[in-house]
Design a protein around this ligand. Structure first.
Ligand code: 6PG
Length: 466
């Protein structure tokens, strides 16, 4: 073999990563599945890019043979069936010591299963979260690596060459732990991405009855010039500005949100791990609600109910926006922290924030701040500075929730953040009533405040129970 690195799958992400690898001077072999409708993918890629230093293959055998051993192969095919069929086809062609990296959005449990399966054959299986969409893949993505990297020295070095570069000059890649660690972290990234996107949609929804797109865009652009700077806020301004002359493109888009699964998985993982990542799950539900297009009817809002936007109210909205984002980050990192503990992953939270400061969809000034905060403490919410900030913003969020009610604008993520904050600051929670009910009908027992170590059950006086 003569190539240093192999890449399977020339879809949008695959072909852009290939170009990025070639830019770095890495001798590359590419392979795309050969079928009637895909026969031209490889020749077209080579022709379009007029690349001489890359070898293209339609046959898996010759592709594998073209690689120097121990082989290093990045697989960029859709998660699920496609990845398993690549794995089955390629395994007999490999030899012990070779390494495969799944760069798609696989479920972390699947990645962990595949890593174990391949370990038995002495082939390293890694799951790598790749964020940043097409641009990221081409110019430098954020890479979240997990799995059997220990058996594949050199992988991190090659991937570091194509990764985004953070402000301190370090590549946005990190090894996060065994099994599905990389894909877990990417999954939570996407859950946080869902919440950030939904938050922007809610702010837009609050403003649009009274402000024009031009005005909203100007507001977002202003926010984006300060501490609220983020990739998602920036692209939202671009979207609001897009007007072909006969109308806004936004107004031509069907109001039903798509999704490919990772957001839902992150919500399910939060439920499984018992972490109240309420914002990402609210965002998943909000997308689900949008699909009920037929049952949605426009709510009548009278002109008197509209919020009056002026400098002061817009500033309150800005504070509420910052509040919700901060809680989204607290929740997301808490979810990752719990997974690291349960699955014994080595990932460092500050390091995860660092590799998310460039290249990825949720990169922002706030993420840069998180990198610093997480270096001090893994529980962001216990940081007194963060608590103080959230307390300062609380009245503005309360106001914002009221505006939503007044104007009949659903604010799932904003309300969710406010509720989470209220509940997280409640010294005496009503959970004691839940415990009493459980004990009443199921004798589940409860702990008493005077002896919290001992579970007791009570003989409730049953006037209404059966
Ligand atoms: C990224 C994105 C990327 C992709 C998501 C979108 O980090 O580059 O998260 O992975 O855009 O899959 O997911 P939905 O299609 O579910 O919105």
């Amino acid at each position: 073999g003569i190539s240093d690195f192999g890449l399977i799958g020339l879809g949008v992400m695959g072909s852009n990563l290939a170009l990025n690898l070639i830019d770095q001077g890495i001798q590359l072999s590419v392979y795309n599945r050969f079928s009637t409708d895909e026969a031209m993918v490889v020749p077209n890629f080579l022709k379009d890019q007029s690349l001489s230093q890359v070898l293209g293959f339609n046959q898996l055998e010759s592709f594998v043979r073209s690689l120097r051993t121990p082989r290093k192969i990045l697989i960029m095919v859709p998660a699920g069936k496609a990845i398993d069929s690549v794995l089955e086809a390629i395994t007999p062609l490999l030899q012990p010591g070779d390494a495969l990296i799944d760069g798609g959005n696989a479920h972390y449990k699947e990645t962990s299963r595949r890593a174990q399966l391949m370990q038995g054959k002495s082939i390293a299986w890694m799951g790598c979260g790749v964020s940043g969409g097409r641009e990221g893949a081409r110019k430098g993505p954020s890479l979240m690596l997990g799995g059997d990297a220990g058996s594949a020295p050199g992988i991190l070095k090659i991937l570091a060459q194509i990764a985004a570069i953070d402000k301190a000059g370090a590549p946005c890649i990190s090894f996060l732990g065994e099994g599905g660690a990389g894909h877990f972290v990417k999954m939570v990234h996407n859950g946080m991405e869902y919440a950030e996107m939904q938050l922007l949609a809610e702010v837009f929804d609050l403003l649009r009855p009274s402000l024009s797109y031009v005005e909203i865009e100007a507001l977002f652009t202003k926010w984006n010039s300060g501490d609220s700077q983020s990739y998602l806020l920036g692209i939202t301004s671009d979207i609001l500005r897009t007007n072909s002359g006969n109308g806004y493109e936004l107004d031509r888009i069907v109001d039903v949100a798509g999704s490919k699964g990772t957001g839902t998985w992150s919500a399910a993982a939060a439920l499984e791990l018992g972490i109240p990542a309420t914002l990402l799950s609210s965002a998943v539900y909000a997308r689900a609600i949008s699909t009920f297009q037929d049952s949605r009817r426009s709510a009548e809002v009278s002109k008197q109910d509209l919020v009056k936007w002026d400098e002061e109210t817009l500033e309150q909205l800005h504070s509420a926006y910052s509040f919700v984002r901060l809680i989204n980050h607290i929740q997301g990192f808490q979810l990752i922290n719990e997974a690291c503990e349960q699955f014994q992953w080595t990932a460092d939270l500050s390091e995860i924030a660092r590799i998310w400061t460039e290249g990825c969809i949720i990169k922002s000034k706030l993420m840069e701040a998180c990198q610093g905060w997480l270096a001090e403490t893994s529980e962001l919410v216990s940081n007194p500075r963060i608590r103080q900030e959230l307390s300062n913003w609380e009245p503005d969020v309360a106001q914002c929730c009221q505006w939503g009610l007044q104007q009949r604008t659903p604010l799932s993520v904003i309300n969710g953040a406010f509720n989470w904050w209220l509940a997280m600051n409640q010294a005496d929670s009503p959970a004691k009533l839940i415990q009493a009910q459980r004990d009443y009908f199921g004798q589940h027992g409860y702990f008493r405040t005077d002896d919290p170590q001992r579970k007791v059950s009570f003989k409730w006086e049953r006037t209404n129970g059966h």
